[in-house]
Design a protein around this ligand. Structure first.
Ligand code: ADP
Ligand code: MG
Length: 312
């Protein structure tokens, strides 16, 4: 069974239970609208040794920061501000001392950057390997929420940064070269928190998510939930220096925001984003009424068997 097959089964198993006001499984975060026009969002991500990281190829401090970063990215992808986190961690004996303290130092430093207190969690011993689970909570005005299901035919598709650096960095690490600049990018993802909040405030932004599994896979979620297709111009995909087009389209863990916006507002949005953050938005294609995901090279469809990245 694939990861998404299993998640679908879970969704069906719980379909008959009350939702208690929550929008549940399917987006970057679960959403709980409050009575004051605000909403809370919740997300949870797991990192496990040997699958998501190798202890020999990352420092404890980097891992503490990354465990938090990937969750803050999911909150930002909803267009709202992260407000607190919970951390559960299972530690084998050989990681319980200075390793754990260094891990917490990395977690604390990124928490301080975004003003997110650590408000709870759980700590336990592990017989084999480190397992880390972080839950992040966000809060914002309900109309600012950006969901995967809200792309409209004709929208411009944007990514808010260059792609492929993390995927190429992972290839470096797996090839025994942990000291390359892109390997460092892979170990130190920077969530687009301020960018996500800013885009949340823009009504012309329709659907949004963060890129964790790669464009080829993640864009598919927006298309499926919005009942639309998309045409992506291969030559407009922003490839990070040192990476390559295929890794930019299929590699995971870039944690850049992927979103769609009303075409008539797209140019002004990009100019204001550039003025605000000093980096460009990259228009890479457009949403179509249907037809799945089509890659175009110089305007011509190209059949590519490209898929995203999966740990499962
Ligand atoms: P993301 O990459 O943004 O973290 P995923 O692709 O991992 O999202 O998950 C897709 C959706 O499935 C999300 O809404 C997530 O909360 C939900 N999900 C994943 N695993 C589980 C699980 N074991 N139980 C319930 N929901 C899950
Ligand atoms: Mg996500």
């Amino acid at each position: 069974m694939t990861e998404f097959g299993f998640i679908d089964q879970i969704r069906r198993l719980f379909a008959a239970l009350p939702d208690n006001g929550f929008e549940g499984i399917g987006d970057d975060c679960a959403v709980l609208p409050l009575t004051d026009g605000e909403a809370l969002v919740f997300t949870s991500d797991l990192l496990t040794e040997g699958v998501h990281f190798l202890r020999s190829a990352t420092t404890a401090r980097e891992l503490g920061s990354k465990s938090l970063a990937v969750n803050l990215s999911d909150v930002a992808a909803m267009g709202v501000r992260p407000v607190a986190t919970l951390l559960s961690i299972a530690l084998p004996r050989d990681a319980a001392g200075s390793w754990a303290l260094e891990f917490m130092e990395g977690y604390r430093a990124l928490s301080a950057s975004y003003g997110t207190p650590l408000v709870g969690g759980d700590t336990t011993r592990s017989e084999s390997g480190i397992t880390i689970n972080v839950t992040a909570i966000g809060r914002g005005a309900a109309p600012c929420l950006k969901r995967r299901r809200d792309a409209l035919a004709g929208d411009t598709v944007f990514v808010a940064g260059e792609l492929g650096a993390s995927g190429t960095g992972l290839q470096d690490i797996l090839a025994g070269r942990p000291d390359t600049p892109l390997a460092a990018v892979h170990r130190n993802p920077q969530p687009q928190v301020d960018e996500g909040i800013w885009l949340g405030g823009r009504a012309e932004v329709h659907a949004m998510m963060d890129l964790s599994d790669g464009l080829a896979s993640d864009l598919g979620h927006i298309l499926e939930l919005s009942h639309t297709g998309a045409e992506i111009d291969l030559e407009r995909i922003p490839v990070a220096a040192g990476s390559d087009l295929r890794t930019a389209a299929c590699g995971g863990e870039d944690y850049k925001l992927l979103f769609t916006a009303a075409p008539e507002a797209a140019e002004r949005l990009a100019a204001e984003f550039q003025a605000q953050f000093g980096i460009p938005l990259h228009p890479i294609g457009r949403i179509t009424p249907d037809g799945g995901l089509t890659w175009l090279r110089n305007g011509r469809p190209e059949a590519l068997d490209w898929h995203g990245f999966s740990h499962y």
